[in-house]
Design a protein around this ligand. Sequence first.
Ligand SMILES: NC(=O)c1ccc[n+]([C@@H]2O[C@H](COP(=O)([O-])OP(=O)(O)OC[C@H]3O[C@@H](n4cnc5c(N)ncnc54)[C@H](OP(=O)(O)O)[C@@H]3O)[C@@H](O)[C@H]2O)c1
Length: 285
Amino acid sequence: MSIVPEPQTGWYDEAMTQDGTQDGKEQTDGRGTGRLAGTVALVTGASSGIGEATATSLAAEGATVALVARRKDRLDSLAARIGAAGGRTLVVEADVTDPAQAADAVERTVRELGRLDTLVNNAGVMLLGPVVDAPFEEWERMIAINLTGLLACSHAALPHLLAAAEDSPRQVADVVNISSVAGRQARNGSGVYNLTKHGVGAFSESLRQEVTQRHVRVSLVEPGAVATELGGHNRPEIQEQMRARFADMERLAASDIAETIEFIVTRPRHVAINEVLIRPTEQVA
Ligand SMILES: NC(=O)c1ccc[n+]([C@@H]2O[C@H](COP(=O)([O-])OP(=O)(O)OC[C@H]3O[C@@H](n4cnc5c(N)ncnc54)[C@H](OP(=O)(O)O)[C@@H]3O)[C@@H](O)[C@H]2O)c1
């Protein structure tokens, strides 16, 4: 059983409403038209932030969504909210850094929901600060979650995604990998986060070339600053620096990224959105 450190509350989670929904935005813009009806999606890191918003969006489009993360209480409450809105979910408590748990999460999804059409590799952690004298354990955590977790889920899911692309009425399946602006641009103070997200980009492009002609689309989403819990796992002095950097900036909401992912996976079979870089308008670099 893994011990999950609770992120400290603060500037980074101001977008969360008291009932835990993302940024209080209701989906009243005409979406939710059932474009993913009959499909099954698995979203890692669905207990908060971008993953929670993405699971909500995909379920609103008719997908049955496997909610994967370690904090089961958060997954249960998300499942209840999606269920109340008429959606279907499967709660899967798993630590994706353990390849066996990642594989079990995928197999349980396919066993209980019958198939897998969409994998959103979203679980991640961002621990910033100088390389010199950094706690080595922080680097190991980032590599374990951002790389090993993504690889383990992809490895287990790909046979099912290839089968879905062949057999399903839609004849297409999707892997959406969540990278970052940090996956395109290295910065002083985010060396190992840069390493992991550049790795996600390289792996995604290689995998895309391997499977695209079998109609498994591989998409890379690279957000800039999004108001989530992500920064809350950093040391206090690093959080202070982040606060200063983003103080005057209107950051993206998790729902902005969820909408992007929803757009990607609802394209017709012949359209593959390979890469999306999405920053807050006020974010320069
Ligand atoms: N927020 C931003 O500014 C930003 C910008 C660019 C990219 N991103 C990327 O977006 C992704 C989502 O981050 P977020 O901003 O939504 O942050 P978040 O709210 O902290 O969400 C991270 C999610 O990852 C899950 N997770 C962490 N370790 C896990 C593990 N070992 N096994 C399973 N799940 C695990 C967490 O769930 P549990 O703790 O319950 O396991 C949580 O649901 C990350 O890959 C991040 O790098 C974020």
